[in-house]
Ligand binder design. Structure first.
Ligand code: NAD
Ligand code: IPM
Ligand code: MN
Length: 364
C-alpha cells in the first residue's frame, strides 16, 4: 500500500514525538511492505515565526493533498502574548474547522503494567475502557462573538457557546454508532441545569437514541462527570460531549492511564481526510530535552493505520509493541517513578525493535 502522510510537528515536544511516530510508521512500512511518504508542513508558533501565520495556506494545501495528517502539538510561552489571531492555538482551531474535523475520539484504556503509575488506586482503574467523543468544531471555541468589549463604559469580555441542532445531531449519531460496536452505553455529558445549549444537546441525544434501541443513554452533568471519572471510571463506555467539556475531561481521564503522554486521539471528518494528534500539548517544561513520552503520538499513528488506511493488523502490531515495552518495565520520565527513565528516542527505538523482530518480517 502507498500512502501520503502530512506531518505537522508544531512546537515544543511536538517535533520530538512526531519524529518518533514517523520512525514507527517507517518500521511498519518495512515489516509489511507499505510505502509511506511523509511530507512536512508548518503549524503553530513555528509557522508564525517563518510565515507570520499559524496555519499557512501551503500547510492546508499539503493536508488536502494527503491521505492522512499527523500533528504533534502547538503553543509555547514565546507566543503567549501575541494578539489572538497570531497565537499558535489559532492554527490548530483553524485546521480543525477548515478540514471539518468535527469528531475527536479520545480512547482511555488501562495498562496493566502501569497500574502502579497512577496516583489513583489500582482497584479503581483496573479494566477501565471508555471512549470520549469530543465535538471539535463548534461550541464555546468557535461561537461568535468572542472578543474584548465595553459595556456601560466597563471593560468586559465575551465568548459564545453556540451550537446548531444539526451539529449536535452529527456528533450524537457518531457516538451512538460507536457505542453500538462497543458496550452499548452512551453517557451524554452536559450542563443542562444551567445552559440552553445543553438543554438542546439533551433533546437531540434523546431523539437520536430512538434509532438505537440496543444502546442505553444516560445524561450526566459535567461537574458530576468530572468526579465520577476518577471515582468509578468503569461505569463509562462512550462519553459524548461539547468541545470544551471534552477537552477538560480527557486531560483528567489521562490520569487513569498514568500520564497525559499516553493518550492518543483521532480527529475525524466527513470527507475521509482525518487528523491524528496526541491529546497533550507542547509541554514547554520538558521541550528540547528528549524527555517526552512519545507513546500518545505513536498510538495516534496506530489509529491512523486503522481508521484512515484500514490496516488493522499493522495498528494492532504497534499497540502490541507499546504494551510489550511497557510490560518489560521500560518507561519515559513521566512514568518512571524512582526508576531510571528512558529518553524519548530510546523509547521509540525500543518500540521500533519490537515491531521489527527479525522473525516477524513478512516479505511481500
Ligand atoms: P501540556 O499538555 O503541554 O502539558 C501539561 C503537563 O503534562 C506538563 O507538565 C507536561 O510536561 C506534561 N506532558 C504533556 N505531554 C507529555 C508527554 N508526551 N510526555 C511527558 N509529559 C508530558 O499542557 P500545558 O502545559 O497546559 O500547555 C502548554 C502549551 O501547549 C500551551 O501553549 C497550550 O496552548 C498548548 N497545547 C497544545 C495542544 C495541542 O497542540 N493539541 C494541547 C494542549 C495544550
Ligand atoms: C487539545 C488542546 C487544544 C484544545 C488547544 C491547544 C486549542 O488543548 O487539543 O486538547 O483545547 O482543543
Ligand atoms: Mn486539551
Amino acid at each position: 500500500m502507498k500512502k501520503n502522510i502530512a506531518v505537522l510537528p508544531g512546537d515544543g515536544i511536538g517535533p520530538e514525538v512526531a519524529k518518533g511516530a514517523v520512525e514507527i510508521l517507517g518500521a511498519i512500512g518495512e515489516r509489511y511492505g507499505h510505502k509511506f511518504t511523509f511530507r512536512y508542513g508548518q503549524i503553530g508558533g513555528s509557522a508564525i515565526d517563518r510565515h507570520g501565520n499559524p496555519l499557512p495556506d501551503e500547510t492546508l494545501a499539503l493536508c488536502r493533498q494527503s491521505d492522512a495528517i499527523l500533528l504533534g502539538a502547538v503553543g509555547g510561552p514565546k507566543w503567549d502574548q501575541n494578539p489572538p489571531e497570531y497565537r499558535p492555538e489559532q492554527g490548530l482551531l483553524k485546521i480543525r474547522k477548515e478540514l471539518n474535523l468535527y469528531a475527536n475520539m479520545r480512547p482511555i484504556n488501562y495498562y496493566a503494567s502501569l497500574l502502579e503509575s497512577s496516583p489513583l488506586k489500582k482497584e479503581i482503574i483496573e479494566e477501565t475502557d471508555f471512549l470520549i467523543v469530543r465535538e471539535l468544531t463548534g461550541g464555546l471555541y468557535f461561537g461568535k462573538p468572542s472578543e474584548r468589549t465595553y459595556r456601560d463604559g466597563m471593560e468586559a469580555a465575551v465568548d459564545t457557546l453556540y451550537y446548531e441542532r444539526e451539529e449536535v445531531k452529527r456528533i450524537m449519531k457518531l457516538a451512538f454508532e460507536l457505542a453500538s460496536t462497543r458496550n452499548q452505553k452512551v453517557t451524554s455529558v452536559d450542563k443542562a441545569n444551567v445552559l440552553e445549549s445543553s438543554r438542546m444537546w439533551r433533546e437531540v441525544a434523546e431523539e437520536v437514541a430512538k434509532d438505537y434501541p440496543e444502546v442505553t443513554l444516560e445524561h450526566m452533568l459535567v461537574d458530576n462527570a468530572a468526579m465520577q471519572l476518577i471515582k468509578n471510571p468503569r461505569q463509562f463506555d462512550t462519553i459524548v460531549t461539547e468541545n470544551m467539556f471534552g477537552d477538560i475531561l480527557s486531560d483528567e481521564a489521562s490520569v487513569l492511564t498514568g500520564s497525559l503522554g499516553m493518550l492518543p486521539s483521532a480527529s475525524l471528518s466527513e470527507s475521509g481526510l482525518h487528523l491524528y494528534e496526541p491529546i497533550h500539548g507542547s509541554a514547554p517544561d520538558i521541550a528540547g530535552r528528549n524527555k517526552a513520552n512519545p507513546i500518545a503520538m505513536i498510538l495516534s499513528s496506530a489509529s491512523m493505520l486503522r481508521h484512515s488506511f484500514g490496516l488493522e493488523e499493522e495498528a494492532d502490531t504497534v499497540e502490541q509493541a507499546v504494551r510489550s515495552i511497557l510490560d518489560s518495565g521500560r518507561r519515559t520520565a513521566d512514568l518512571a517513578g524512582s526508576g531510571i527513565p528512558y529518553s524519548t528516542s530510546e523509547m521509540v527505538e525500543a518500540i521500533k525493535e519490537e515491531i521489527l523482530q527479525k522473525d516477524a518480517i513478512v516479505h511481500i
